[in-house]
Design a binder for this molecule. Structure first.
Ligand code: FAD
Length: 367
């Protein structure tokens, strides 16, 4: 019997695992992949996300962006600048393997599994039936954290599908180019796709991708190739990977009983640009604290941890509401919104806030 089982060793799961392990809890961390493993993600870490890592990841940063180029419909562009970094570029394969190593060092036991079969809860804990090396196993714990990403099995098993999870598609590839580090970090809204293309500089190549703000947005390798040809004068793509980013339309389902959902499993990514690492880290931290709190209080009901967790995520949910609002304006009126956004006073105000690690509602407070 473990204190906590965590499913998924992405940023949400490893952060919760590290904090709980360090606090002396017995933690079983399960993932269907062995690490290091590839992960569809551009690896952009904003300052507010950077501040949430419970360990130093500076050795994994492959690029630091103080300038962001925004391309508007019609191809006009403007540059958003800050004195301190607006974004740190990492590679998820390295980042996730490093974070898992930290969680294991903190005391978590990691196991690769094949499949989750069943999840049961009673007054004393949670039991998980899983398949591993063609054998069926049952593991038990006081609490379970679902950190298994956008297509979460845990979300399905606790019937949280009724919450309105929205999966937004994203596709990325690496493009080898000369002087990759000299390319500005770019968000390109010039194509009529209800979303955007990105170019993120890394040391030896640039990472390009498409994000769709619509669940049914179409994207494929050919679109990325055309884009690379157009903007980078090459159509050599490597490592093309796609995955959904899970956000919600408002009714977030954060768990039930002794099961807490975190990160994309709870639909906590923001729908404007698809940033999900920040909310994965934030919900990872808060789910760990919620369990520590409930155990410390000798919780009288199993939902004490969940109640604490729901309340603690209030600010993040407020931010998601604001992001939803911004996304609906931007993708409905991209020309007009980005014309307003190109105004120096406005974007300087946001870039200062972003670079200081402020959240969206903290930046909007003065207005
Ligand atoms: C193309 C693309 C680019 C992106 N770029 C950025 C970016 O630059 N910055 C940013 O902030 N966000 C970005 N995102 C979003 C970000 O990747 C996610 O929001 C973030 O990874 C969510 O973290 P998580 O810990 O909740 O889940 P994940 O990182 O998805 O981790 C889930 C883990 O659970 C495991 N798992 C899944 N199912 C099971 C199962 N049944 N059993 C066991 N294990 C399971 C997976 O193997 C995985 O290791 C991008 C997403 C995509 C698709």
């Amino acid at each position: 019997m473990y204190d906590v089982i965590i499913i998924g060793a992405g940023p949400a799961g490893t952060t919760a695992g590290y904090l709980l392990g360090r606090a002396g809890f017995s933690v079983l961390l399960l993932d269907r992949k062995n690490f290091p493993r590839k992960k569809a993600c551009a690896g952009g870490i904003t300052p507010k996300a950077m501040a949430l890592f419970p360990f130093d990841i500076s050795g994994l940063v492959r690029g630091t962006c103080r300038e962001v180029k925004i391309i508007r419909p019609g191809d006009a562009s403007f540059i958003v600048k800050a004195k301190t970094p607006l974004c740190y570029i990492t590679k998820r394969m390295d980042l996730d393997a490093y974070a898992l190593g930290k969680a294991v060092q903190a005391g978590c036991r990691f196991k690769k599994i094949d499949r989750i079969i069943r999840l049961n809860q009673d007054a004393h804990g949670v039991s998980l039936t899983l398949s591993c090396d063609d054998k069926t196993d049952v593991v038990r714990a006081g609490y379970l954290i679902g950190a298994d990403g956008a297509n979460s099995m845990i979300r399905r098993l606790i019937s949280a599908q009724r919450s309105c999870i929205i999966k937004l598609p994203a596709l990325e590839a690496d493009v080898p180019v000369k002087n990759a580090g000299l390319h500005p970090m770019t968000f390109d809204f010039s194509r009529e796709i209800k979303g955007y293309y990105w170019i993120f500089p890394r040391k030896t190549h640039v990472n390009i991708g498409i994000f769709s703000a619509r669940p049914n947005g179409t994207m494929n390798r050919a679109l990325l190739k055309n884009y690379a040809m157009d903007r980078l004068k090459t159509d050599t793509l490597t490592d093309v990977k796609g995955y959904p980013i899970a956000t919600s339309c408002g009714r977030t389902h954060l768990g039930t009983g002794r099961v807490l959902l975190t990160g994309d499993a709870a639909g906590l990514a923001e729908p404007l640009l698809g940033e999900g690492i920040y909310s994965a880290l934030q919900s990872g931290v808060l789910s760990a604290r919620a369990i520590e709190h409930a155990v410390g209080q000798k919780a009288s009901t199993p939902s004490d941890a969940l109640g604490w967790y729901r309340q603690a995520l209030g600010d993040l949910k407020l931010d998601l509401r604001l992001y939803r609002c911004c996304a609906s304006i931007l993708y409905k009126f991209p020309k007009w919104s980005l014309a307003v956004g190109s105004c120096n006073i406005l974007h300087n105000c946001f870039s200062r806030g972003y670079s200081k690690g402020k959240t969206l509602h903290e930046m909007l407070m003065p207005f």
